[in-house]
Design a protein around this ligand. Structure first.
Ligand SMILES: O=C(O)CCC(=O)C(=O)O
Ligand SMILES: [Fe+2]
Length: 615
């Protein structure tokens, strides 16, 4: 190493040390946490936290890259630090060396400084445990004895005729009816040969005293889940139309912590070994439940402090009764029987109202938000830039729906022209001297078969009917010369691939949440009401940074000015292969590539060189 480089490394370490000391002083005064000179399983992550855009997911991702296992994350509202509990001292050391003064995390990519600390702050996570339980949720401790636990486990293990399967994170077995994970439902016409084992019968009389709150009837379906330490179950609601209320879950062999969520609210519930969980009413219908895939849980002690608890193998018995019909609960949000409009009807209504809906909730909105929107759109997506680079010099390439024209300067060797509906967005490009003109993507004033290439990035998902989306593709096909190529991006309904969230989902919710005061929240709701399509079909307003529940939605855009007005933009988010199928309906082109890129479905197609000579 050169002397200069050595000097730089030393300086860098000194600087990091100084910053770390400053951060440690803050956590000492904020929450009385002291550093430890020797390794502990508790790590303070300094300089990054909820206040500068760090998410639990991105922190866990960075920690996982060091090879060390983490059992708990404690994020503190409004703080630029947070804490990790590692599974062992070795894990803690791996995370420490892998991340200290190395990892740049959080929304602004700040460097993380790490320090071992003697304990978690008492306030961290503790408030998690002081929340009221979701209404309708009951945990009955010691519902079965040790001996009964053993009997139940034996009877379940002995049964060879039940339906078994292994999911990614756990082993399952069904009695009475098979739960089909593909459709998240049961087939009531196909009872299994083996019904719920009679060895479970002693449980039902014990429930009599509670049954006044529900229409109690003996369960006819049992799902046995076996979790090894580190296994979990993703947050879900048991399909409303599949099962009645309540749902019971008996925990055997190990304690575990279950997370209940409703919107932004999250409640952790400890399920002790041999306890019975009853989910009824709101807890059954309106909250999701799930178990994080961890080895160790952080749980409250009798004295109210927090401690860690290693999981062992856990077997849960979930007892349910089939519904056989539609659900008419009063919690429509998660109810599969009560989705706001039947999709077929909705698409017909949308088609009828497409022009005015697009006018009000696309064109007018983009004209109003043009400047702010443009500020947030500067870096070209790499695969789009790569497509533009694949054209020969002097090629003519049209960007349909070019917005602020960020792709027009990507390849200096081609002639890039752009068009857009929004005058406001075009003005941004015009100021930069770009070749842009105003038109609708359904009527592009360009001669047929005249250009070499086309791109259309995040445009046709703003068209409110399948016919109109198809027409936009036809228009691109028309203007391409034979052999010309087009690239189209649309937003995907699915914002997660291979267990990885798209950038859209990964962006921190906490930051936005913190900025939203109650007054702003009220204002937002007011604006949303004003911006809702007045004479239009009622579309759901999507919650940003969450998965899409429907394909046709209104997505809020909040301006940055003092008013912080919320505008609603109409989107049709695409299912997998939906775009491919549209392309297949355009006879002049062939699909050359179809892929998924960061929450978007993307296609490349080519105009076929049709022989037009007649005999
Ligand atoms: O393991 C548990 O207690 C819950 C299982 C569960 O939620 C399910 O199978 O739907
Ligand atoms: Fe469940």
């Amino acid at each position: 190493m050169h002397v200069e480089q050595q000097q730089q490394t030393v300086n860098n370490a000194k600087k990091a040390d100084k910053k770390r000391r400053r951060c440690l002083a803050i956590i000492k005064s904020d929450c009385d946490v002291s550093p430890s000179d020797t390794p502990t399983v508790y790590l303070a992550i300094l300089n990054v936290g909820l206040s500068n855009g760090l998410t639990e997911e991105s922190l866990l991702e960075a920690a996982a890259q060091t090879g060390g296992s983490v059992s708990e994350v404690a994020m503190l509202t409004g703080k630029s630090y947070c804490f990790l509990v590692c599974c062992s001292l070795e894990d803690s050391q791996l995370v420490y060396t892998g991340m200290h003064n190395v990892s740049t995390i959080g929304q602004q990519g700040a460097v993380a400084y790490l320090s071992y600390v003697t304990a978690l702050p008492t306030l961290a996570g503790k408030s998690e445990w002081n929340k009221p339980l979701p209404s309708g949720l009951i945990v009955l401790p010691d519902f079965v004895s040790d001996a009964e636990e053993a009997t139940l486990l034996r009877s379940i293990a002995e049964d060879g005729r039940s339906y078994e399967g292994t999911l990614k994170h756990r082993h399952v077995k069904h009695f009475g009816y098979e739960f089909l994970y593909g459709s998240n439902n049961v087939d009531p016409t196909k009872p299994l040969e083996q019904s719920v084992p009679t060895a479970c019968d002693f449980l039902w009389p014990r429930l009599e005293s509670f049954s006044s709150s529900w229409d109690w009837s003996t369960p006819d379906q049992l799902t046995v889940n076996e979790y090894k330490p580190g296994h979990g179950i993703p947050p879900h609601v048991d399909t409303h139309s599949a099962f009645l209320d309540p749902i019971l879950s008996l925990s055997l062999q190990s304690d575990v912590v279950m997370d209940f969520r409703r919107g932004e609210a999250q409640v952790q519930v400890k399920l002790p070994r041999r306890s019975l969980l009853i989910m009824s009413g709101e807890a059954r219908y309106d909250w999701t439940h799930g178990i994080k895939p961890k080895h160790i849980d952080v749980v409250p002690t009798a004295t109210g402090s927090l401690t860690t608890q290693a999981r062992s193998k856990r077997t849960s018995l979930t007892f349910r009764r089939l519904r056989r019909g539609n659900c008419n609960c009063s919690y429509p949000t998660l109810c599969d029987s009560q989705q706001s409009t039947v999709p077929q009807e909705l698409s017909t209504t949308l088609a009828d109202q497409a022009v005015s809906l697009e006018q009000q909730n696309v064109h007018e909105v983009y004209d109003k938000i043009a400047n702010h929107f443009s500020e947030t759109r500067h870096s070209p997506w790499p695969q789009v830039a790569q497509f533009l680079d694949s054209f020969e010099p002097e090629s003519v390439v049209l960007d349909v729906g070019c917005g602020n024209g960020k792709y027009l300067g990507c390849n200096a060797h081609i002639l890039a022209i752009g068009c857009d509906r929004s005058q406001g967005l075009l003005a941004v490009g015009q100021q930069k001297g770009q070749n842009v003109f105003r038109c609708d993507c359904l009527n592009v004033p360009v001669r047929s078969s005249s250009i070499d290439g086309c791109i259309s990035i995040a445009v046709i998902h703003h068209l409110a009917s399948a016919d109109r989306r198809l027409s936009a593709l036809r228009e691109m096909a028309r203007v391409l010369r034979p052999g010309g190529r087009a690239l189209v991006y649309v937003w995907a309904k699915e914002q997660r691939r291979n267990d990885r969230k798209s950038a859209y989902l990964r962006q921190n919710k906490a930051v936005n949440k913190e900025r939203t005061t109650e007054q702003e929240q009220r204002q937002k709701q007011q604006h949303e009401l004003e911006q809702r399509p007045q004479d239009h079909v009622s579309l759901p307003v999507h919650t940003n940074r969450t998965e899409f529940q429907q394909q046709d939605v209104l997505v809020p855009w909040k301006t940055k000015d003092e008013q912080r007005t919320t505008f609603l933009r109409y989107y049709h988010v695409f299912e997998e292969h939906e775009l491919d199928k549209l392309v297949a309906q355009v006879p002049e082109v062939e699909l050359t590539k179809s892929y998924y890129d960061q929450g978007n479905h993307c296609v490349i197609f080519k105009k076929i060189a049709i022989c037009t000579a007649r005999p």
